[in-house]
Write a protein that binds this ligand. Sequence first.
Ligand SMILES: [Mn+2]
Length: 430
Amino acid sequence: MAEPKIAQDVIAQENDKRASALKSDYEALGANLSRRGVDIEAITRRVSEFFVAVPSWGVGTGGTRFARFPGTGEPRGIFDKLDDCSVINELTRATPNVSLHIPWDKTDVRELKAKGDQLGLGFDAMNSNTFSDAPGQAHSYKYGSLSHTDAATRAQAVEHNIECIEIGKAIGSKALTVWVGDGSNFPGQSNFTKAFERYLASMADIYKALPDDWKLFSEHKMYEPAFYSTVVQDWGTNYLIAQTLGPKAHCLVDLGHHAPNTNIEMIVARLIQFGKLGGFHFNDSKYGDDDLDAGSIEPYRLFLVFNELVEAEQRGANDFNPAHMIDQSHNVTDPIESLINSANEIRRAYAQALIVDRKALSGFQDENDALMATETLKRGYRTDVEPILAEARRRAGGAIDPIATYRASGYRKKVAAERPASVGGSGGIV
Ligand SMILES: [Mn+2]
């Protein structure tokens, strides 16, 4: 039986304040949707079954390359991080799994598993780290890892990824996400072809160590830390990797890892069409890989991504079972609050996409009625689905208003008293 971090009576008291307003809003929305031929109960059920994994690194306060301003009560290690992740799940009932990062979260696997069980949390994809040097490692990743010119450095990076698989196997994970910082800062510094050949050979070695029921996610990123070229730069490169490695290899789409104005939803559609969409790192951005909260800058784009996912789900697209994960950096907010909000925004986009009249949309597309097609889509986006989200949370034992309930619980103040203020800490975001 899971041991909650937020007292049940706090959630009950806060929900009591809001229950009658929610009932009335839910009924009104239900009547509205019913006139559109949509059964609100079916949507609420689907939303309740939609989960997104939170990243262990997301509950610590992030920073920029200029500075990091620590928050209060920051987690001291993976066990504190799991406590914070549990708070998010207890209030939202949308985040029952945590994505770990090795070596940041490396510890005794039996203790990890026991802590997860105690909190009612599972473990999502494992994340390897060959973009920074761990203390005492034999070979530096300053000039790359899986694509490094030196064979011993590449072997060390492969070995680290295999270790991540081993840890994951012990705690019930079923996927490995590989993101490398490999690339170059100057034209001529790196031979594009040879670097990619070396990367593919290293990834093939990792792939060989992957259990049959696991997936391997490769994640592309346009720039940073390398500023001229990256070895896994774009979705085309990513697709080539997944295609070359085999059926267990899929592409991970981090929403922040594209040039501004890139049509990400179309990339998503292409990867689905060819059975290679592995999953997502949700976040939002204005200029580059800003790691802002999902849905905070371009909520319509998030909706358009979910429009593709729902469309694929409903047509029964082949090999379609994407992983949903958040990857953000929280520099000016309480990370728990940001992750609560992000999980809700992701569910919101899903609910909005679910209520789109797909039959009508398809008809307008066939008739080349551009205006009515886009209006049909946008009608889903314009619908305020908050009562559905709140009702899904309430029915699952979560909070009608999770941020207000979190603040009322005094959790941050409590852990601030237990956890000494930190100065540094890992702020790495991929
Ligand atoms: Mn990412």
